[in-house]
Write a protein that binds this ligand. Structure first.
Ligand code: FRU
Length: 491
């Protein structure tokens, strides 16, 4: 079905309870509903927003188009958790409602101030000729959970030199001063990030563009910037649009990644840094956002999806989910991403084995499932390649392997199930040189997240296998490999 502009910009007041109920029914009949990932109750989810620890709980919102699997009038949907694992659906968080956000409460961030949680987000508006004008808006959540919007935007104008692609404020505090990075497009249609400063989150002063070493030829728009410091180093994370595929890099429609350097020089607004790294080497990952919690951990959540692609769940009236939360650390100029420790709370019944695999594929009979955590450690290999096949059915399999000859990790979803986004390829690879490999893998009904060697690389992807594709196989080709495997059912 084609969605008209009118259909995409209906407000929730114009949608009847019956329509929502009928949609929820279709959504709940979908065989690919996830079991331990945050997913939309109905409609489309995209960027994580307002991620924060406040008043003893984690709050995590997502960009939400409630009434179908397309991008339209965006809301913030609110979820919360005490442990980053079990999430409660709270309901509507921020609803577009006034002249400053009438065409969408777009992405933004949360920060605690004076005992309340402040959200700074982009109000998207369009005029009669469909020209865009963005406002940066503020909403405040009290400890009782009620959210009130401020009447006026806190940044009403785009600084000169930039287009109306100006959005996604991410706020942090340094001493007594608040700073915000905002994704911007220069008038020459190249991507950048600008910096604002405030004492009270209400009055914001434009400081200038963040000078980076990436120059003016690194995509046409940088969405969802995030800046933070880890062990004294500065990390700028953003989602550039318009990078060309290059070898194993930039294979998805849009990218997200980061640079690491010395802490940002706030006087000269400059970040000296190393090369740009992609955060995830898989297929479905975009617009991540981080927060820091009461234990001082830096935690990242991403959108497990991409703009402008059709997904197999669309026909059931919903699309996308968020990734699992990952704890970030930094090592030799690169981020290390590990699933937060609390995810062990999900571990149920356990099976394990230790074996030498030789020149064939071994079916592990007592290893089966569609929702589980699996840890596979490979060592002492003389093989050309070794790895795993998951969600194996008569005609289906999802492959995670290491090609020892090419020294590449490979994630192959060619035969994973119902295919989609094939024009962007069905295999992702990245070069890693190591003798031993550990794959810590989280499999949900329609996704897989692979953390390689304690988070040095991560591969994330949606897969849409048949419900009987539950097999797990191990292989070592052209030689033998020692493998230790542990699998936990997820409760
Ligand atoms: C990224 C993005 C943001 C914007 C939001 C709208 O996916 O395009 O730049 O704020 O989604 O939903």
């Amino acid at each position: 079905m084609e969605w008209t502009k009118e259909q995409r910009y209906r407000t929730m007041d114009e949608v009847s309870e019956e329509e929502i109920q009928a949609l929820a029914k279709r959504v709940n009949q979908c065989p690919w509903r996830q079991s331990f990932h945050i997913q939309p109750v109905t409609g489309l989810l995209n960027d994580p927003n307002g991620f924060s620890y406040f008043n003893g709980e984690y709050h995590l919102f997502y960009q939400w188009f409630p009434i179908g699997p397309v991008h339209g009038l965006k809301h913030w949907y609110h979820t919360k958790s005490k442990d980053l694992v079990h999430w409660e659906d709270v309901g509507m968080g921020i609803e577009p409602s006034n002249e400053f956000d009438c065409h969408g409460a777009y992405s933004g961030s949360g920060i605690e101030h004076d005992g309340k949680l402040y959200f700074m987000y982009t109000g998207n508006t369009r005029d009669a000729d469909w020209n865009r004008h963005p406002y940066q808006c503020l909403a405040v959540m009290s400890p009782d959970g009620s959210i009130v919007k401020m009447d006026e935007p806190v940044i009403a104008d785009v600084p000169s030199g930039y287009t109306d692609h100006f959005r996604d404020p991410k706020v942090w505090k340094n001493g007594d001063i608040f700073y915000a990075v905002i994704g911007a497009q220069r008038e020459n249609e190249t991507g950048s990030v600008v910096l604002f400063q405030s004492k009270d989150l209400v009055d914001w002063k434009f400081m200038g563009e963040v000078k980076t070493g990436l120059g003016e030829e690194f995509g046409y728009m940088w969405e969802c910037p995030d800046y933070f410091e880890l062990y004294g180093q500065g990390v700028l994370l953003f989602s550039p649009q318009g990078l060309k595929a290059e070898g194993d890099h930039y294979q998805n429609i849009y990218q997200s990644g980061y640079v690491v350097g010395s802490a940002i020089d706030l006087e000269n607004i400059e970040l000296k840094h190393g090369v740009f790294h992609e955060l995830d080497r898989g297929f479905d990952f975009y617009a991540p956002q981080t927060t820091v919690d009461h234990q001082g951990r830096r935690i990242l959540v991403g959108w497990m999806g991409l703009p402008e692609l059709d997904y197999p769940t669309d026909k059931n009236g919903w699309a996308h989910c968020l990734t699992l939360p990952r704890e970030l650390t930094v090592k030799e100029g690169k981020l290390i991403q590990q699933p937060v420790d609390e995810l062990k709370l999900l571990r149920g019944e356990k099976v394990e084995t230790n074996l030498m695999v030789e020149s064939e594929t071994i079916c592990l009979d007592n290893f089966k499932g569609d929702v589980y955590e699996l840890l596979a450690e490979f060592s002492d290999s003389t093989a050309e390649e070794f790895g795993l096949e998951l969600r194996v059915g008569e005609y289906e399999k999802t492959i995670i392997k290491y090609d020892r000859v090419a020294k590449k990790l490979v994630f192959d979803r060619t035969d994973s199930g119902e295919s989609f986004a094939k024009e962007f390829g069905t295999v992702r690879k990245c070069t890693v040189e190591a003798e031993e490999f550990s794959f810590r893998i989280f499999v949900d009904v329609s996704s897989i997240e692979v953390f390689v060697n304690d988070g040095e690389e991560v591969f994330t992807g949606r897969i849409f296998p048949g419900e009987n594709s539950n097999g797990i196989r191990i292989f070592s080709r052209g030689g033998e490999t020692n493998v230790q495997v542990v699998k936990w059912d997820i409760k």
